[in-house]
Design a protein around this ligand. Structure first.
Ligand code: MG
Length: 445
């Protein structure tokens, strides 16, 4: 076929608005392409977005028409479906738009080892789609549906097998959990109950309109959770995004904890000599500091969970993660996992007997200031300006541009999905990180 220029899958599957970009015709055709590519049996599930049924049934019909069977595993967090694929050694399809606003939805393919499908395999599916090279089956070998509702139980057993359940149960943790109307309603309260925690849930009603709060687990959307936890009634607060692959924590005083601080904490307590940690260029230098102490090593990658998880598989890394609360624990599975992240923090807290704020205060303290600005499309020009302006800084072009002097650095990268530039400034002093951000913002004008 001619060189492929068109692309359907972005960094996190195919995303769009149903009946606009994601019409039923399109979903049917992409289902045919997926069924043609995978063959055999495919797992199919979704988060609880309002439009899930139309997308799911159209993709389902497309897959079945190619003679491929579909196991419907119902509503689940994305990592739950990935774990199902891994433990059953079958590929899968997840209908989700993660933390995007409620009008969006998406289609994401999972490999039979539970990882996000590699780009080279997505290209094969795109090729089949654009060439309409579907293997439409004869009526007598049509694919069939089977329902399997064991997914959540299977997933939680997997998480619990990786932590010290008895020690956690003894602590009788008190936890406030904000499920954000998303798919975690099925798994997080159940996990905490099995671990004998007392739980107060917020927004535990599945609601595809995300009526209670926006789906992204960032401080602006978690004010109510933070104020409840600051009452002193809880050991910590926890919140997820819509498909529960991301988890963020609120310490017992009500302070929001950045995802890379959580990752640093995990690295400190879960990584041993000779282990490897993978994290993108955007997370803090604390990871290197901690790894140096324990004799483990750090691999830096471009930003994006699939890139981190692919690199972890190649290097057999123990831990990986990003500053947005997406943490990957290799011995469990090579994808961001909301319930596993919650399990690990409970394990660390029960092992050390310390409060969450204490644990966080023990890791090296760096400040990262983040800002997004509209892209003018002249990123190269800006990069050169930045390089010239910050003379004496070393330059790293792995993802956008990162310039560094000691622990002071600036990272600027154009977003892969929106017309914006993301700027990060980092320092061991808050004022310095803020000063750098002001300088860079001035430079962009
Ligand atoms: Mg997500």
């Amino acid at each position: 076929m001619a060189e492929q220029t068109k692309r359907l899958f972005g960094t996190n599957g195919i995303r769009g608005i149903p009946n606009k970009e994601l019409t039923s015709d399109f979903c049917l055709s992409i289902g045919k392409a997926i069924g043609t590519y995978f063959g055999g049996t495919v797992a199919l599930g979704s988060d609880n977005r309002l439009t899930k049924d139309m997308l799911l049934e159209a993709v389902n019909a497309g897959i079945l028409s190619t003679g491929t069977n579909v196991v419907k595993i119902g509503v689940m967090p994305t990592p739950g479906i990935q774990y199902y694929c891994k433990t059953h050694s079958i590929p899968g399809v997840m209908i989700t738009a993660s933390h995007n606003p409620p009008q969006f939805n998406g289609i994401k393919c999972i490999d039979s080892d539970g990882t996000e499908l590699a780009r080279s395999k997505e290209e094969k599916i795109e090729e089949i789609y654009f060439d309409s090279a579907f293997k439409i089956s004869n009526w007598d070998v049509m694919g069939t549906n089977k329902d399997d509702n064991t997914g959540p139980d299977n997933y939680l057993n997997g998480v619990m097998s990786k932590i010290d359940v008895n020690r956690i149960r003894e602590r009788k943790f008190r936890i406030c959990a904000d499920l954000g109307n998303g798919a975690a309603y099925l798994t997080t309260p159940e996990l905490l109950s099995r671990l004998k925690c007392s739980v107060v849930t917020l927004n535990a009603n599945p609601d595809g309109l995300f009526t209670s709060r926006e789906s992204e687990p960032k401080p602006a959307n978690l004010k109510y959770l933070m104020s409840l936890v600051s009452s002193g009634e809880f050991d910590f607060g926890v919140a997820h995004d819509g498909d529960a692959d991301r988890t963020v924590f609120i310490d017992e005083k009500g302070n929001f904890i950045d995802g890379d601080k959580t990752l640093s904490l995990f690295v400190k307590h879960f990584v041993k000599k000779g282990d490897m940690v993978v994290t993108p260029v955007s997370s803090s230098d604390a990871i290197e500091d901690i790894c140096k102490e324990s004799g483990s090593s750090v691999v830096r990658t471009r930003v994006g969970a699939p890139i981190v998880s692919r690199s972890m598989i190649e290097k057999k890394a123990t831990l990986g993660g990003e500053e947005n609360g997406g943490i990957i624990y290799g011995p469990h599975q090579y994808c961001r996992d909301g319930a596993m992240t919650l399990g690990i923090i409970l394990d660390i807290m029960s092992r050390t007997g310390k409060k969450l704020s204490e644990l966080i205060s023990e890791i090296p303290q760096y400040t990262i200031v983040r800002k997004t600005i509209p892209s003018t499309g002249k990123f190269e020009e800006f990069s050169k300006k930045l390089e010239e302006h910050l003379k004496g800084y070393s330059v790293d072009r792995m993802d956008g541009i990162k310039v560094r002097k000691d622990h002071n650095w600036v990272l600027a990268r154009p977003s892969g999905t929106e017309p914006i530039i993301r700027i990060f400034t980092h320092s061991d002093k808050r004022e310095e990180a803020e000063r750098l951000m002001n300088e860079v913002t001035e430079l962009l004008k």
